[in-house]
Design a protein around this ligand. Structure first.
Ligand SMILES: N[C@@H](CCC(=O)N[C@@H](CS)C(=O)NCC(=O)O)C(=O)O
Length: 216
């Protein structure tokens, strides 16, 4: 397998964490995503992945799988141990809810292509930073409420990670987004339940070693 990825990309980080948890090391092909010459917007990459995004996983059969949640679930079904989805049906739904609350409601509003478009409409770097912080703060505030309900809900006991005492897909999506929130100037102390989960994840090597790199 080959993974098209970028070191600063939080969506790529989700997949790299999943691969590390599974103990799989495909060839990693770096695709640049910033600036006018970004490789993800070049004809060659668009011919492979018409969405022009990373991550993308090329299987041994030559099939390209895009969208981080699809890639993570493909890896989980193909390499079932250790599982990235909880056995409990409601916990499975919950961890996917957290993943999508991040991928669809936060990340989709703050990637480089959105910043570039805002810039072309006249927003300066400060205004774009405010835009990013707004959506991250609002989105992670909602995730905090979800985690609060989950951790002190029906079972009455809190769990170490998003949906239990082993990391699941929601953790793969939460961790990179939380790291980027801190880098954008939003301290995790704003969200105590989320901060506790993220601090637990920092101690897991698969997470610590595959966090998105800072932008230079
Ligand atoms: N929903 C996609 C999002 C992928 C995505 O937006 N990736 C970013 C990097 S984190 C990217 O390729 N950005 C390029 C751009 O915005 O031009 C997924 O989960 O895989």
């Amino acid at each position: 397998m080959k993974l098209y990825s970028n070191e600063i990309s939080s969506a790529s980080s989700r997949v790299r964490i999943a691969l590390a948890i599974k103990g799989i090391a495909p060839e990693i092909l770096s695709v640049s995503i910033l600036g006018p010459d970004a490789e993800n917007r070049q004809r060659d990459y668009l011919a492979l992945n018409p969405q022009g995004l990373v991550p993308a996983l090329l299987t041994e059969n030559g099939t390209l799988i895009t969208q981080s949640l699809s890639i993570v679930e493909y890896l989980d079904e193909r390499f079932p141990q250790p599982p990235l989805l909880p056995a409990d049906l409601e916990a499975r739904a919950f961890t996917r809810t957290v993943a999508l609350a991040i991928a669809a409601e936060i990340h989709a509003l703050v990637p480089p292509r959105v910043a570039a478009q805002l810039g072309s409409l006249g927003l300066d770097a400060n205004a774009i930073g405010d835009w990013n912080r707004h959506w991250i703060r609002e989105g992670l505030g909602a995730v905090e409420s979800l985690l609060n309900g989950r951790r002190s809900g029906r079972s009455g006991r809190s769990c170490q990670y998003v949906a239990g005492d082993t990391p699941t897909v929601g953790d793969l999506f939460l961790f990179p987004q939380a790291i980027n929130a801190e880098r954008a100037g939003l301290p995790l102390a704003l969200w105590p339940n989320l901060a506790e989960v993220v601090n637990n994840l920092r101690a897991v090597p698969a997470f610590a070693e595959n966090a998105p790199a800072p932008r230079r």
